[in-house]
Write a protein that binds this ligand. Structure first.
Ligand code: GDP
Length: 296
């Protein structure tokens, strides 16, 4: 991931560093190349534009050009802008409430939602020693509830017993009750996906959120889908009060645009990155580290 973006930016920066003195025109030319590199990496157009405008302004102001190492300074400005773009205020889950804290997972079908639900549950159970209950509210996809139960067994996290024919909001209510009565710290709700964003899905999300009052509503999106992921995130974020994003398939050869656009488009930080199919292939998202990787 990020390889070609990283190569492109590396080329721009090498030329900048190599020049010694820099003029405003040099900076503007370099920033145009940065913009092209971002667009080629599938960064949403308005996001790329704003990024480059801000970075250009910073680079030609602040006496950067008169400094001893203008190239270095410009690179630093781009680095800082990248960190801001990725969400410098990223945080892990905020579950500091009277238990049970509720984490609701939303996203399109196939985005990796169920897998991610189990990965996060495992992380909370092992790293933070939380008592976690998972419940699938997906009554549309055959075997979705069983899939979560199987993953639960695999990661040693309890799942709500399946009751055939129950609707999502009723399952959510039952899950809340079970979590309260049985002293769980965290309840994870895996909601139904859809092939596309549609109104029925959004209505269902809102009804579930009303019943469960989640502390976290995490949108799961597939990083490999690039611009589509950005559009999906935009749609979801206007319909449900997201608290964060999980990007899956960061182990694939995504160009990075989804990761770079997500914060600007949803206003919410990326909290985790999925890096494989295995249950421990989940990493906290660190904008500094990711920016470091992109800029080599
Ligand atoms: P859902 O329909 O959104 O619940 O999607 P699933 O959780 O069933 O995931 C769909 C497929 O994507 C499964 O084969 C997962 O193993 C796979 N998957 C999920 N997350 C990742 C990831 O971060 N990396 C990779 N390589 N595969 C993933």
């Amino acid at each position: 991931m990020f390889e070609s973006l990283s190569d492109r930016l590396g080329g721009v920066f090498d030329r900048l560093r190599g020049r010694g003195a820099l003029t405003e025109a040099d900076v503007r030319a370099a920033m145009r190349e940065v913009r092209v590199a971002l667009l080629e990496a599938d960064v949403a157009l308005p996001v790329a534009r704003e990024f480059v405008d801000k970075a250009t302004e910073a680079a030609i102001g602040q006496n950067v050009l008169r400094s001893v190492t203008p190239g270095q300074q410009v690179v630093k400005i781009v680095h800082d802008a990248l960190v801001a773009m990725l969400g410098a205020d990223a945080s892990e889950l905020l579950l500091d409430v009277t238990p049970p804290a509720v984490v609701m997972m939303v996203g399109l079908q196939g985005s990796g939602k169920t897998t991610t639900t189990a990965k996060i549950a495992k992380r909370l159970a092992t790293k933070e020693r939380k008592k976690v209950l998972m419940a699938s509210l997906d009554v549309n996809r055959p075997n979705a509830q069983e899939q979560l139960a199987t993953l639960g067994t695999q990661v040693d996290v309890s799942t709500l017993p399946i009751v055939a024919g129950q609707q999502p909001v009723d399952i959510a209510r039952r899950a809340m009750q079970a979590a309260k009565l049985q002293g769980y710290d965290v309840l994870m709700l895996d909601t139904a996906g859809r092939l596309h964003v549609d109104q029925a899905l959004m209505d269902e999300m809102r009804a579930v959120a009303d019943v469960a009052s989640p502390q976290e509503i995490l949108l799961v999106v597939d990083a490999l889908t690039g611009q589509d992921a950005v559009n999906v995130a935009e749609n979801f974020s206007t319909e449900v009060p997201l608290t964060g994003v999980v990007l899956t398939r960061m182990d694939g050869d995504a160009r990075g645009g989804a990761a770079l656009s997500m914060r600007a488009v949803t206003g919410k930080p990326i909290k985790f990155a999925g890096t494989g199919e295995k249950m421990d292939a989940l990493e906290a998202f660190h904008p500094e580290r990711v920016a470091g990787r992109i800029l080599g």
